[in-house]
Design a binder for this molecule. Structure first.
Ligand code: XMP
Length: 547
């Protein structure tokens, strides 16, 4: 899954399964705003870049939804689209089961942008021909414009670098189309007609097509006529209104985690229904230094949100006693969280809604056309279930947002920057950064070391460039010398990674002087540690967390 921030509430994901609504119905909640909102629908034909197209469109301030290419006409009509984008995909148009563009897309008369496979489908279904190219074109290519009047290339020089990845190409355009651009390998690298139907053989959504953002912008603004109304401010207004209609005078609970997603979700809901919302913050004893106080200050003291702080550290630590297996740790923490949450929720009397900070990548993943069987690497979610008598409807105000949009909304809501731009932190907390048994003493050691890592990274102004930076307490002890004496003490590892989405990550090339300061401070200031090592593994083959 696209990893969200630490979202304790994702432990409750399983509650979704007990929702009474039919599968997929949640994707289109009754939405009075759909009629006035500018929406572009992206039909997903299975490209690895489909989500990237959606992110680029949103960055251009146009709302879009990524839907499977076989989504029903009703579902798409409900979105009231201004145009369609057809993603690339792995298939070849002449394969027997190759997915096709549904007829209603053409019947709508709306602008269509087909990318790669999307373009080939346009050609094929509108009466042109597609053929295997002699040479598979993969990587950089130079695109030469044919028709300077085409709005899709407005403001662009005569030739631009583009990114190609295709085996098939257009050998004959459909009637009414003209070639807008070519490359050395593809005589028709872009084509269009007078009805606003455009095909691009290259990928404008990837960073390797530097002018790609302008090309997508041109499609949205010049061809679809969008005005760019998708802003954080507008989202807040619409969302508050939607939450008020959904919740009515019902009661809502929200599990806060200290992470940005649940913080933004809770703030939005609080703005909408004020003291109908109660936030529950479970201190599982596995949090970083100052995390409890910081979250309490933000929500309870500054915003006067009804706030329940549950100090459950003893319960969690008791459950973790003697456990060293990483998956077992995760299972026990997840299970305990559900029990603590349930105990607290029951004390509050009747509750109608459970708020969650679910993000759009999770939604896309769980509703994608083909759920690919993937090996389970780590148990992130669905570690338990809410009992029958705790059935609540879900309020998920961030269900349609990408992470960077959540941050923008957080800022628009006035949340402090240090909360909005916090690095992700895993739900099971420090327990999966202590290799071996989790004890109070070892937690204290790790907290102290972690504090120094984060502090030094912030001082070096690197915090926001890194996806995550933290310390790990290894089960190793090594010999050292301090003063004149021998020591035999703990080894702490430091991990700092860069990443776009946590699916892949690279170890950060931290400056040596920053590493030197981190190491010397940890050894000098953290009792029981005499050695610091830096983790230089990337993901894959390693993962970001050690457990
Ligand atoms: P890995 O270690 O799988 O982590 O490379 C990828 C990202 O996910 C975070 N992570 C979690 N987040 N619950 C969460 O909410 C979890 O159980 C969990 N485990 C890992 C991790 O910090 C990294 O950002």
């Amino acid at each position: 899954m696209a990893t969200s921030d630490i979202e304790v509430s994702t432990y409750l994901d399983v509650a979704k399964k007990s929702e009474e609504s039919p599968a997929g119905a949640q994707l289109n909640p009754p939405d009075d705003h759909a009629a006035s909102r500018e929406t572009v629908v992206i039909l997903d034909f299975g490209s690895q870049y489909s989500q990237l197209i959606a992110r680029r469109v949103r960055e251009a301030r146009v709302y879009c939804e990524l839907v499977p290419c076989d989504a029903s006409p009703q579902r798409i009509a409900g979105l009231n689209p201004r145009g369609f984008i057809l993603s690339g995909g792995p298939a070849s148009v002449y394969e027997p089961d190759a997915p096709q563009i549904p007829a209603f897309v053409f019947e709508s008369g709306l602008p269509i942008l087909g990318i790669c496979y999307g373009m080939q489908l346009l050609a094929y279904q509108l009466g042109g021909r597609v053929a295997r190219s002699e040479k598979r074109e993969y990587g950089h290519a130079v695109l030469y414009k044919n028709d300077s009047a085409s709005p899709i290339f407005a403001g662009m020089p005569a030739s631009i670098p583009v990114w190609m990845s295709h085996g098939d190409q257009i050998s004959e355009m459909p009637p009414g189309f003209s070639a807008l651009a070519y490359t050395n390998n593809s005589p028709v690298a872009a084509m269009g007609n007078d009805l606003g139907i455009i095909g691009l053989q290259f990928h404008p959504e990837v960073a390797h097509t530097p002018q790609g953002k302008t090309i997508l912008h041109n499609f949205l603004y010049e061809v679809c006529g969008c005005k760019g109304t998708w802003t954080a401010g507008n989202f807040v207004t619409e969302s508050v209104d939607r939450i008020q209609r959904q919740v009515g005078d019902g009661k809502v609970i929200c599990a806060l985690s200290g992470g940005v997603d649940s913080a933004v979700a809770a703030t939005l809901i609080h703005r909408a229904v004020e003291d109908q919302l109660t936030c529950i913050f479970v201190n599982n004893g596995l949090l970083r230094r100052d995390e409890v106080e910081r979250t309490m200050n933000q929500f309870h003291k500054n915003m006067q949100v009804k706030f329940v702080l549950v100090d459950a550290a003893d319960r969690f630590l008791a459950r973790l006693a003697g456990v060293i297996d990483p998956e077992e740790k995760r299972r026990r923490i997840g299970g305990e969280f559900i029990r603590v949450f349930e105990d607290e929720a029951q004390k509050l009397g009747r509750i109608d809604f459970l708020a969650q900070g679910t993000l759009y990548p999770d939604v896309i993943e769980s509703t994608s056309r083909e759920t690919k069987a993937a090996a389970k690497i780590k148990t992130h979610h669905n570690v338990g279930g809410l009992p029958e008598n705790m059935r609540m409807s879900l309020v998920e105000p961030l269900r349609y947002l990408f992470k960077d949009e959540v941050r923008e909304v957080g800022l628009a809501l006035g949340l402090p920057e240090d909360m909005v731009f916090r690095q992700p932190f895993p739900g099971p907390g420090l327990a999966i950064r202590i290799i071996g048994e989790v004890t109070r003493d070892r937690l204290e050691t790790l907290r102290a070391a972690d504090w120094i890592v984060v502090n030094e990274i912030k001082k070096a102004k690197l915090y926001h460039e890194l996806w995550q930076s933290f310390a790990i307490l290894t089960p190793l002890r090594s010999v050292g010398v301090m003063g004149d004496g021998r020591t035999y003490a703990n080894v702490v590892a430091v991990r700092a990674v860069t990443s776009e989405d946590a699916m892949t990550a690279d170890w950060a090339r931290l400056p040596y002087d920053v590493l030197a300061r981190i190491s010397s401070r940890i050894v000098n200031e953290v009792p029981g540690v005499n050695r610091v090592v830096y983790d230089i593994s990337s993901k894959p083959p390693s993962t970001i967390e050690w457990e």
